[in-house]
Design a binder for this molecule. Structure first.
Ligand SMILES: Cc1cc2nc3c(=O)[nH]c(=O)nc-3n(C[C@H](O)[C@H](O)[C@H](O)COP(=O)(O)O)c2cc1C
Length: 189
């Protein structure tokens, strides 16, 4: 294989697409975030890289709460819109139906199949473009219609993913295997 060097790129492909919400000056605001992932199982924690100049990050720091909402592909256009325009110039508070949980200050999106309600644990400056926000998930919500046997079902959720250099969104395909199981059939050469 002829490997081409691409430079230092944040290329964990594909990337998730999430809508991260916070109250800013008393109103819900959302930003699209792809630099995000699970970093601890118990207590459940996530980390995201977000630019401190974003309107939403201001609200996360103010309230020390935020939400992570997983959009379905039906919501692709509004998800991209949220990532194109800042709440500083565009009022995004009316884009979605909002519900709230126990923190009260983490606005969550009714239309999204899954919502994670988070408390800010830590914000670290990395000396670059983005700050690292670590959140503890205090509650997880899933609309019943997107579940199978009591568990969120990505096929029903209609989740989609993203690649950054070429700015493309992709839908997911069919399940292809069973985790912690298919490896038992592996035979080393
Ligand atoms: C697909 C996509 C992914 C994005 N991922 C990130 C990200 O991981 N971190 C970040 O700081 N901004 C990211 N952005 C940019 C913000 O969502 C965008 O600047 C947004 O308008 C900020 O909104 P706000 O100022 O209202 O908070 C992304 C945008 C798009 C379209």
């Amino acid at each position: 294989m002829n490997k081409i060097k691409l430079g230092s790129k944040p290329m964990i492909y594909p990337m998730p697409v999430t809508l991260v919400g916070a109250d800013v000056a008393g109103k819900p605001n959302f930003m699209t975030i792809a630099f995000i992932g699970v970093v601890n199982m118990n207590p459940a924690m996530v980390a995201m890289g977000a630019n401190p100049s974003h309107f939403t990050t201001r609200g996360i720091v103010e309230n020390r709460t935020f939400s992570i909402n997983l959009p379905s592909k039906k919501m692709l256009e509004v998800t991209d819109y949220v990532g194109l325009f800042s709440g500083k110039t565009h009022d995004k508070s009316q884009l979605f139906t909002i519900f709230r949980g126990e923190t009260k200050t983490a606005p969550m999106i009714e239309e999204c199949p899954v919502n994670l309600e988070c408390r800010l644990v830590e914000k670290l400056s990395l000396g670059g473009t983005d700050d690292l926000f670590i959140g503890e998930i205090v509650q997880t919500y899933c609309a019943e219609e997107f579940m199978t046997n009591g568990k969120p079902d990505v096929e029903k959720m209609g989740s989609f993913v993203f690649t950054m250099d070429d700015n493309r969104y992709f839908s997911l395909g069919k399940p292809i295997g069973k985790a912690w199981s298919d490896g038992k059939n592996f035979k080393s050469k």
